[in-house]
Write a protein that binds this ligand. Sequence first.
Ligand code: HEM
Length: 160
Amino acid sequence: MESAALSGAQRALIRQSWRRVRREPEQHGAVLFRRLFDLDPDLLPLFQYNCKQFASPEECLSAPEFLDHIRKVMLVIDAAVNHLEDLPCLEEYLRNLGKKHQAVGVKVESFSTVGESLLYMLENCLGAAFCPDAREAWTKLYEAVVQAMRRGWDALPEGI
Ligand code: HEM
């Protein structure tokens, strides 16, 4: 993972903004996923627990299993923020996470929409404090995370 791309100032901006978000991960994670389903409603059917499909984003957003997924996503972002100086130590975990998402039918392109939703959530939570420099720093960090997950897709043999 390319950690060199993040400057010291960018790492500071990321840590500072995440301090506000991490206080209420479920609430902010729900803003992220509500936005995701607004931008791409076709992602809803990918979330099925015990083979049951959700009838609406609202139903999904109130299911305990999905709330667990929200917590898992926020924990991965938290881990990235806690390892800004050493992102490569997350490489193997993220590559495997990418593989798992491919296995449940996620398309790698959908992670761009997740990125847009993440920026939306940060703006929603931080307001004016989410300045253009902070947006750029978060965009770089998210890209590094997705690049590592993408390598999980690339790692699979063809035809699987
Ligand atoms: C298009 C967006 C996404 C979809 C459709 C999706 C879907 C899923 C599904 C169906 C599962 C398995 C069931 C579950 O554990 O709830 C899962 C697991 C998981 N997802 Fe996602 N996910 C998405 C984005 C993300 C992102 C952005 C992250 C973190 C950066 C993430 C982190 C995780 C984690 C940590 C697990 C548990 C993996 C394990 O069991 O080891 N997901 N995801």
